[in-house]
Design a protein around this ligand. Structure first.
Ligand code: ADP
Ligand code: MG
Length: 516
């Protein structure tokens, strides 16, 4: 973060009050550089990764320059998706909270025209919209930009990727000549450069280096696993990771629903997020995650683009991403607002080449993710059971319950341990898996590196998951910097990798704290 304070940047006092109320301490680097330039009325080209605070970088100075008593569109922001449009609109509402009269209007496709028309008639100082629908309104004359003072292209590279670039240019051509313009993008592909050259004049360029910035605060792990054991691996990760909220990425819309159903059946508060859900449902899902009504979202890349929910502590890449950019966007859903985050990638033997590609793209190493061994897991479950049991030791009904069980014990000549044991078995019978009575099964170990061809017997069929420990798939996993052992438990004949490598005692305590 920068040395400057928000107060030194020259923002309008109402805007500054709002920023103070939100609790931001210092401007982020892009804010420190972009805010003075935009306050001075300059055009601006801002290049920085997601999560660097770009929204406030343009919203704060532009809000400082509008005339809040005029209720015509003075700021227009183009965003690639409805979710981002809504998110940016919400940010404007926050930053303008001390204005006495202020309206921001998100406008996006998929929503009825009528409410948008009504809202436009009512008047809004700021419009945030997706290009297609904005263009519709401009062509119909229902959106007028005569009073426009500033135009922002947010996530320009994303708009290009989504095929909106023609619409964007058409809108640019319809905005007043003298209006201030800013373009923000995480990357600078040639077409975006061209847009910048065509539509920005003497622009101040702010480039926040280190494309890996977002990734720096995020520890990245990889767990090689056979395709058919991915669900087991995920279930276990969710059991042992002390997450607050988590987002799980899959490749298809159908899979978001399927996987969410499976996790829900396992007792998680989970919802799918995909492009097939209607707008209402998607907003509701994000809201539920923010509020803690849901702890897990299973999403596709597109649906989760730009999602900003600070309580997301974990990103789990259940399916590998389509490209490195998608990966960076995905893991950027955690580590928001300067917090730490953890990203875990599942790779099947066929997908192992991804590892090095991603390490190169993020310029940071992937650590081997270690699942606890069955023995450790059992111990963990026992400790957790014990903690839960102790939680009932002061229950209001304890005395009554004890009296009842005393009677039963006496009548049947049982000792108390036997009574308690029978109760535990009863719990297990009514809720299978609820008691740490069985040793959990070991997940077969998969090597992170391809099997060596020259080794005899190394041709273990990929996907032959149940036979972990075959020579070709022996735990040859590179150790992470913390010197942890291999992932998963030992194969049937393999030596337990990393046995005792992890302080087992710590986990259940954190686990007990974690929201379930
Ligand atoms: P970007 O558009 O670069 O991806 P956002 O504008 O969505 O980033 O901001 C990411 C998060 O950082 C948001 O939760 C936002 O509230 C928070 N944030 C922005 N500026 C600051 C700041 N100066 N201090 C603390 N948090 C900030
Ligand atoms: Mg943004």
């Amino acid at each position: 973060m920068s040395e400057l304070s928000f107060a030194e940047l020259g923002l309008d006092s109402a805007v500054l009050d709002a920023v103070t109320a939100v609790g931001y301490e210092t401007p982020s680097p892009i804010q420190a550089q972009a805010i003075p330039a935009l306050l001075a009325g300059n055009h601006l080209l801002g290049v920085a990764q997601t999560g660097t605070g770009k929204t406030a970088a343009f919203a704060l100075p532009l809000l400082s320059r509008i005339d809040a008593s005029v209720s015509e569109p003075q700021i227009l922001v183009l965003a690639p998706t409805r979710e981002l449009a809504i998110q940016v609109a919400e940010a404007f509402t926050t930053y303008a909270s001390k204005f006495s009269r202020f309206h921001v209007l998100p406008i996006y496709g998929g929503q009825d025209f009528y409410p948008q028309l009504k809202a436009l008639k009512r008047g809004a100082q700021v419009i945030v919209g997706t290009p297609g629908r904005l263009l519709d309104h401009l062509r119909r004359g229902t959106l007028k930009l005569d009073s426009l003072k500033a135009l922002v292209l947010d996530e320009a590279d994303e708009m290009l990727r989504m095929g909106f670039i023609d619409d964007v240019e058409a809108i640019l051509a319809k905005t007043p000549e003298n209006c201030q313009r800013a373009l923000f993008s995480a990357t600078m592909p040639p077409q975006i450069k061209k847009v910048a050259q065509t539509y920005l004049r003497n622009a101040t360029e702010v480039k926040i280096e280190s494309e890996t910035r977002t990734v720096e605060r995020i520890s990245q792990f990889v767990l090689p696993v056979y395709a058919e054991r991915k669900l087991d691996a995920l279930t276990r990760i969710l059991e042992v990771e002390p997450f607050d909220a988590s987002i799980i990425f899959v490749r298809t819309k159908a899979e978001t629903t399927l996987l969410a159903e499976k996790l829900s059946a396992r007792g998680h508060a989970v919802a799918p997020l995909n492009g097939d859900l209607n707008q209402r449902q998607r907003e509701q899902t994000v809201e539920d995650l923010k509020r803690g009504k849901k702890d897990i979202i299973v999403a596709t890349d597109v649906a989760a683009r730009g999602l900003d929910v600070p309580r997301i502590t974990h990103v789990i890449n259940y399916d590998v991403p389509y490209d490195t950019e998608a990966y960076i966007h995905r893991v950027g859903r955690t580590g928001r607002a300067g917090r730490e985050g953890k990203a875990i990638l599942l790779v099947t033997p066929r997908e192992r080449s991804w590892l090095r590609t991603l390490e190169r793209a993020t310029n940071s190493p992937m650590e081997a993710y270690e699942l606890p061994s069955p023995t450790d897991l059992k111990k963990m479950r026992e400790q957790q059971f014990e903690a839960q049991l102790l939680g009932f030791a002061e229950d209001r009904k304890l005395a009554k319950s004890m009296a009842l069980l005393d009677e039963i014990a006496e009548r049947n000549d049982m000792d108390m341990a036997m009574v308690a044991g029978a109760l535990a078995c009863w719990m297990e019978a009514s809720q299978p898996g609820s008691m740490p009575l069985e040793q959990p099964e070991a997940l077969p170990v998969v090597s992170a590196t391809p099997p060596r061809r020259d080794r005899k017997g190394g041709g273990g069929r990929p996907g032959d998951g149940r036979k972990g420990g075959k020579p070709g798939f022996k735990p040859g996993f590179k150790k992470g910097p913390k010197g942890r052992g291999g992932p998963g438990g030992p194969g049937p004949k393999g030596k337990p990798p990393g046995k005792g490598g992890k302080p087992v005692g710590k986990r259940p305590a954190r686990q007990a704290d974690a929201k379930r």
